[in-house]
Design a protein around this ligand. Structure first.
Ligand code: 5GP
Length: 185
């Protein structure tokens, strides 16, 4: 049985998400925004964050996955996941982002590869502004120089699940964010 350790409780998460929502509301006062969720991990965060933003807002979703030999989840957990740098788009946004205020909503900022690619892709739409909201940030893992504009929590280099984040597609429905120890079976 996989052992899970709570890293961030549902109360801590809800409080921080409310603060991020208030910050976004202040920054874009009087304007409209598009929240672009990165599938699938950001779905829970987006749902909560959106309800803390008191602005005219629409949703869109984008899907991206890594090419090549991503290890089996057990190996990924033991050895970490070092991307080869190649990603493919599995779902594009549905609407044009031209001249819009776009906020990309991501579960976790790790090496920075995913968001570097997404930023480039979305900048091609010529948005008015492009910001990144990431619930979690693991700066010690960064390979590309990228920062979130709205970051929930900075965490150590641990493999986390819950609140949308998965391990082999499981645990997304946990309300707390938990660590799976790297030596777990
Ligand atoms: P990056 O491209 O920044 O390296 O990776 C971002 C993606 O890697 C996240 O959207 C997420 O899918 C995955 N990821 C990175 N760290 C973790 C983690 O600790 N737990 C889970 N479940 N996914 C992670």
């Amino acid at each position: 049985m996989t052992e899970l350790k709570v890293l961030l409780t549902r109360d801590q998460i809800q409080r921080r998400v409310a603060e991020l929502g208030a910050e976004i509301t202040r920054d874009f006062a009087g304007q409209s925004i598009i929240l672009v969720g990165v599938l699938k991990g950001s779905a829970v965060f987006l749902a909560d964050l959106a309800r803390q933003i008191k602005l005219d807002a629409t949703f869109d979703f984008i899907g991206i996955s890594s090419y090549g030999n991503r290890p089996h989840p057990t190996q990924e957990l033991k050895n970490g996941w070092d991307s080869t740098g190649e990603v493919k788009l599995t779902k594009d946004v549905d609407q044009t982002m031209k001249d819009k205020n776009v906020i990309v909503v991501e579960d976790i900022l790790d090496t920075g590869l995913t968001l570097t690619v997404l930023k480039k892709l979305l900048l091609a739409h010529q948005p008015k502004t492009l910001k990144i909201a990431a619930l979690l940030d693991k700066p010690s893992r960064r390979k590309l120089p990228l920062q979130g504009d709205y970051v929930g929590f900075t965490i150590p280099d641990e493999f986390v699940v819950g609140y949308g984040l998965d391990y082999a597609e499981r645990y997304r429905n946990l309300s707390d964010i938990c660590v799976i120890p790297r030596n777990s079976s």
